[in-house]
Design a protein around this ligand. Structure first.
Ligand SMILES: Nc1ncnc2c1ncn2[C@@H]1O[C@H](COP(=O)(O)OP(=O)(O)O)[C@@H](O)[C@H]1O
Ligand SMILES: [Mg+2]
Length: 147
């Protein structure tokens, strides 16, 4: 049922908690995982030359972090792929999930900003609004060592 899972990550603690649940889902048939980071195009709004080089830097950094995550998952008996997109995260994540025909999106309730007073972050809220694919939202309160 959950063969192909998409984990959108901003590399935050909450996102890492969500990733742990993907490992637990192997028992439910998960055998393929895509790790996706979206470089937020809105974080770059300077003059073109500076903006472009900043964008390239963000892309390279994200690529390195995704690759290091992928390596950590090497012994997990999962087919793992990494992907970087540039755009608005809450738009790109559901679009990509549909294009790839994933069976489930596993993400954190919060991310880097981590405002605990808010029920969930704007990326998770807007992905939930847009997605036609089921989503597992892992909160920052979730106990660890679940897998
Ligand atoms: N740029 C991004 N690329 C991919 N996934 C993201 C990105 N930003 C957030 N996410 C996903 O959305 C979850 C919630 O993050 P977000 O809504 O941004 O919360 P916050 O407002 O606390 O930063 C994260 O745990 C992660 O799974
Ligand atoms: Mg965020």
């Amino acid at each position: 049922m959950f063969e192909k899972v998409l984990h959108p990550t901003d590399f935050s603690d909450c996102s890492m908690r969500a990733l742990k649940y993907v490992l637990g889902l192997k028992k439910a048939g998960t055998n393929e995982l895509i790790l996706l980071h979206v470089v937020d195009q809105r974080s770059v709004r300077y003059c073109e030359a500076v903006g472009l080089s900043l964008l390239r830097k963000l892309e390279t950094d994200a690529g390195n972090r995704l690759e290091s995550l992928r390596r950590k998952l090497e012994d997990e008996n999962l087919k793992v792929r990494t992907e970087i997109l540039i755009g608005i995260p809450s738009v790109e994540i559901p679009k990509f999930a549909e294009k790839e025909r994933v069976s489930l999106i596993v993400m954190g309730s919060h991310g880097k900003t981590m405002t605990q007073e808010i029920l969930m972050g704007s990326v998770s809220e807007n992905v939930i609004r847009r997605s036609r694919i089921p989503i597992l939202v892992v909160t920052y309160k979730t106990a660890q060592n679940v897998v």
